[in-house]
Design a protein around this ligand. Structure first.
Ligand SMILES: Cc1cc2nc3c(=O)[nH]c(=O)nc-3n(C[C@H](O)[C@H](O)[C@H](O)COP(=O)(O)OP(=O)(O)OC[C@H]3O[C@@H](n4cnc5c(N)ncnc54)[C@H](O)[C@@H]3O)c2cc1C
Length: 336
């Protein structure tokens, strides 16, 4: 059994954990981030399909908060973030073809995939990947947390910040919550999401001009992304189709083959004249995709501040919500 000791442990190298890490690098905290997956970024996830990057989690972000917009600036200058679109299209059941979204917005994305931004953030941080925290116990006499991992490492930490989706945080820490805390958190639920990834040949016909289709009125789809339009030199036409929460939940335990077949058939009804030749299809299932309702405060502090639960579920406002939660946590830590 390997034993390690830290002042502070961050569980999760998703965007929230990475932003907290980034904000603590200049501090005197002896901290370490533990991430169960091989990749950085959590739900800001990219995979390679036929050699091309495809975002199968986080799709884009619209900066609204000034601090977030300022933070982004460095990565915009580096070219890791780019303005992707000003207007998406909308699918309307009773209209022929697609209509332009009414108001223009600023949709940002990463030309080399969301993961590349996460890798950049992770570059200078102390992170151990592929190590899952499987249990946490509080030693009330020593005022210390003792964590066990799936790699047989025992970690002692004075303070823990857990950025995992709430359900997963509760698996670890539920026993340490007061009944009021439990009640406040019981209201937070997540939507699940099925994501269909479809790669087509586009040698013969130029790619479509639209970048995204909002499908609010569609039975199965929430949104269709022309993912390859985010890339600088795409060699495939790749669409990512995000299914509605109801459809995702109902079909979550179906086989990949059946789900992909249903998505493919529905895709034909949205785009009847889509004449590209399909080369590859893949599926990603997200059990905890996006929180429906937030806590409406940036984090929850438990047992005299020794445990902080945070992440996008605090505000339920997606990537930016995760950023705001992370920033509030670091401000809180640094003010002590
Ligand atoms: C399909 C999909 C589409 C989306 N589209 C958009 C969009 O277009 N715009 C937008 O703004 N947002 C979007 N989002 C939401 C956005 O991706 C999230 O809000 C954001 O990435 C959350 O970051 P986080 O760090 O709070 O959580 P996460 O990304 O979930 O990070 C938590 C991390 O903790 C790790 N972890 C969990 N448990 C443990 C453990 N026991 N031990 C070690 N590590 C652990 C996980 O592996 C993960 O890396 C989308 C999400 C999904 C799934």
């Amino acid at each position: 059994m390997i034993k390690e000791e830290y002042d502070l442990i961050i569980i999760g190298a998703g965007f929230c954990g990475l932003i907290i890490g980034q904000s603590l690098t200049q501090s005197s905290f002896n901290f370490k981030i533990f991430e169960k997956s091989k990749a950085y970024g959590g739900r800001a996830a990219t995979r390679r399909v036929l050699g091309q990057s495809v975002d199968h989690g986080l799709q884009y972000f619209i900066p609204q908060n000034r601090e977030f917009a300022t933070w982004m600036q460095v990565y915009l200058e580096q070219g890791l973030i780019k303005l992707w679109a000003n207007q998406f299209h909308e699918w309307k059941p009773n209209q022929q073809g697609l209509v332009l979204e009414e108001k223009s917005k600023t949709y940002y994305a990463c030309p080399t995939g969301m993961t590349s931004l996460m890798k950049e953030l992770a570059k200078v941080l102390p992170i151990s990947r592929e190590i899952k925290i499987i249990s946490a116990e509080r030693d009330f006499e020593e005022n210390i947390w003792i964590l066990q991992t799936d790699q047989k490492i025992e970690i002692k930490a004075k303070q823990i910040i857990c950025t995992a989706p709430l359900e997963q945080s509760l698996d670890l820490f539920k026993n340490y919550l007061s009944s009021e805390e439990e009640l406040a958190l019981s209201k937070i639920e997540y939507n699940s999401a099925l994501m269909g990834i479809f790669a087509f040949e586009f040698d013969q016909i130029p790619p479509p001009e639209w970048k995204g289709i909002i499908c609010s009125e569609h039975e199965i789809f929430s949104w269709i992304s022309h993912d390859s339009s985010k890339r600088d030199n795409p060699n495939q036409l790749i669409l990512v189709v995000q299914c509605k929460p109801e459809f995702s939940q109902q079909n979550f335990n179906e086989s990949e083959e059946i789900i992909l077949e249903k998505i493919e058939q529905a895709l034909k009804s949205v785009m009847p004249n889509f004449n590209y030749q399909l080369k590859e299809k893949q599926l990603k299932k997200w059990l905890y995709a996006e929180p429906i309702e937030g806590l409406n405060k940036p984090f929850m502090s438990i047992i005299e501040n020794s445990l902080i639960l945070c992440g996008d579920w605090c505000f339920a406002s997606r990537l930016e919500g995760s950023f705001l939660s992370a920033k509030a946590v670091t401000e809180h830590l640094l003010s002590k």
